[in-house]
Design a binder for this molecule. Sequence first.
Ligand code: 4AD
Ligand code: MG
Length: 478
Amino acid sequence: MFNQRVKIKELLSWKPEQQEVTVMGWVRSFRNNQFIALNDGSTNQNLQVFAELGRFDEQLLKRFTTSASLKVSGALIPSLGKGQTMELKATSIEVLGDSDGEAYPLQPKKHSLEFLREIAHLRFRTNTFSSVFRVRHSLAFATHQFFNSKGFVYLHTPIITASDAEGAGEMFKVTTLPFDNTPRKDDGSVDFAEDFFGKATNLTVSGQLEGELGATALGEIYTFGPTFRAENSNTSRHLAEFWMIEPEMAFYDLEDNMNLAEEFIHYLIRYVMENNAQDIEFLSQRLTEEEKQWPQDKRSEMTLLEKLHFVSGNTFERITYTEAIEILVNSPAYKKKKFQYEVKWGTDLQSEHERYLVEKHFKKPVIVSNYPKDIKAFYMRQNDDGKTVAAMDILAPGIGEIVGGSQREERLDKLTERMNQMHIPVEELWWYLDTRKFGTVPHAGFGLGFERMVQFVTGMTNIRDVIAFPRAPKQAEF
Ligand code: 4AD
Ligand code: MG
């Protein structure tokens, strides 16, 4: 058997007593022709391998270049040197794969995140990105654990759909039709009858509509999958391909929905603080370092660690959209004309407004509810005032909108009326409307943008640094 290695993370928790072990990993550095810093991806901490002078062939030593992969066996002994409590005194070292140290793009110095994005195929080999991706994994795992413990069913909703769940028209088309010689009808429009599915299809923007079908039978479901949006937003918070977690619950109203979302976010943060303590500590220090380059007013008052403790230990502020507008209009920022976009009841909150509420006014996450119906999707439940819908967005410091959700319109007549007003094709969504015909129930749900959550927890300021291979306008490398 080849793989009888001990992972470095595990090994570093032992007491060194001459145990015979084998480790495998990549060389981070090699100094004084004796000391190899070996990393295997299980932790940011390297294992010091001690290659005693004279014990190994000169030719072999030359191959311990940066990023060469090694298999090392030896005995674990206490270390006399500074910086580590133990080291592996090697009895055998095998080079599994050589690395041209000169050509290797990751030199032992600080690289900018922008540069690392260009070599995203190698950036997992840095401390920052290995921490980010271990934390991302934990958040995914914790998500399943959270919903499973509550008896939710994980529903796999389709990636290719014929509907536009958000009605916003931001879809990538899926087709097998040729680009040249596209079959057309007499009126010149594309004839999808000849397409693979026999109709126009696209990549899903949200699993919600199918999620509602599940919830109105299984009770409580959640989806967790990739979603796609062809919105041309070149920002640090938007991706064209991102992952979303969408729980959908029968017998829930808006308040139940908010309670669940808040509990979920608290759970995720506590989970990583407990299970990824070293990574979070590292990322917190990294952010503090990064912020030293920023203007004073952009720096946070708390370190990442302090912020996570604070957010997971405190309830979120809850206000209505109407109250949010009042706060903004009465703010010093508004009076000093610091907002670029208009603040007026009926218009959507821009990111500058969201950030003001969260970062300056409340200094904690805020749940904003009951938005004007004209700026929200067709499926949201209409409130009695005739102007607003039972929507809720959760806004987080440094991120803005992290969750979007609502109670759903369960009344068939109200729903079809709204769909007609908003030009949503009622006939095509016949299956969606069936849930309102056969035992309709109050129900609600939300979508948590997974990458935005990873950003929040890791303190990474650009969303492209929390997904392995980002998809964004003009960017589909790797
Ligand atoms: O607010 P959104 O558009 O809501 C929905 O899609 C609903 N169907 C969810 C539901 O009720 N089941 O998106 C939900 C969340 C946002 O709050 C944001 O965190 C994230 O998804 N999101 C994006 N994340 C990265 N890149 C983008 N382009 C995103 N668009 C939305
Ligand atoms: Mg939204």
